[in-house]
Write a protein that binds this ligand. Structure first.
Ligand SMILES: C[S@@+](CC[C@H](N)C(=O)[O-])C[C@H]1O[C@@H](n2cnc3c(N)ncnc32)[C@H](O)[C@@H]1O
Length: 202
């Protein structure tokens, strides 16, 4: 992925997104993979802290290694194994278990992961509950292009259509916008679309 410029093209797209979090904000990157979504924002906001979760412990180790390569202190990162079907339950690499606290994250990043949940709507609802008032949930979802659908089929991923995403977010008190990735974000534009949900302020 790195070699073909995929992560860099998403990184360039993320740079165009305008968020205004509190300086010491908390970020959750659920289903982090190599961590590039959460690490982008950790690099952008020097006082932010990242909680990176994934079903596979190896991806958590990769995320920590990638943080080091970006010159980011791993002290700013908590890593936990967590299933996106139950995103509030997490187990650290040393075996410590947590229940994540509602309304405690200012930004939640997701990328092609909610479609792995047993119940996508339940997963999204729980993720919205974890978001602080005024917070943002960014879902870099698989798009509906032939390439996006082929890649999803290949990896047995269930795409989340915008209509379904928006319905759940509205039920949970959020507002949704979406942005297609233009050709200048090649190759990410072949498979991804950005859904952005903002939770109302209290
Ligand atoms: C397509 S990769 C996406 C990685 C990254 N978020 C991105 O945007 O490119 C899917 C990630 O979801 C993780 N994953 C798969 N099933 C999962 C589950 N049930 N719960 C949590 N993570 C899961 C995989 O280990 C992998 O890191």
């Amino acid at each position: 992925m790195k070699r073909i410029g995929y992560e860099k093209s998403i990184d360039r797209f993320l740079s165009t997104l305008d968020f205004d979090p509190p300086p010491a904000c908390r970020i959750l990157d659920a289903g982090c993979g190599t961590g590039f979504l959460g690490l982008h924002f950790l690099q952008r906001w020097p006082r932010a802290e990242l909680h990176a979760t994934d079903l596979e412990p190896n991806f958590l180790r990769t995320t920590l290694a990638n943080a080091g390569q970006r010159g980011l202190s791993t002290h700013r990162i908590l890593t936990s194994v967590s299933d996106i079907s139950a995103p509030k339950q997490a187990t650290d690499l040393d075996g410590t278990r947590h229940t994540l606290v509602d309304s405690s994250y200012n930004l939640i990043c997701l990328g092609a992961v909610v479609g792995y949940a047993n119940d996508t709507e339940m997963s999204l609802r729980q993720l919205m509950q974890l978001l602080a008032p005024g917070g943002t949930l960014l879902n870099m979802e698989m798009n509906e292009s032939p390439t996006g659908r082929f890649v999803s089929w290949r990896y047995q991923y269930q795409n989340i259509p915008l209509t379904q995403f928006a319905q759940v977010i509205r039920d949970e008190g959020g507002e949704v916008t979406s942005a297609a990735l233009g050709l200048k974000y090649f190759p990410a534009c072949l498979t991804r679309i950005a859904f952005v949900a903002r939770k109302a302020d209290c």
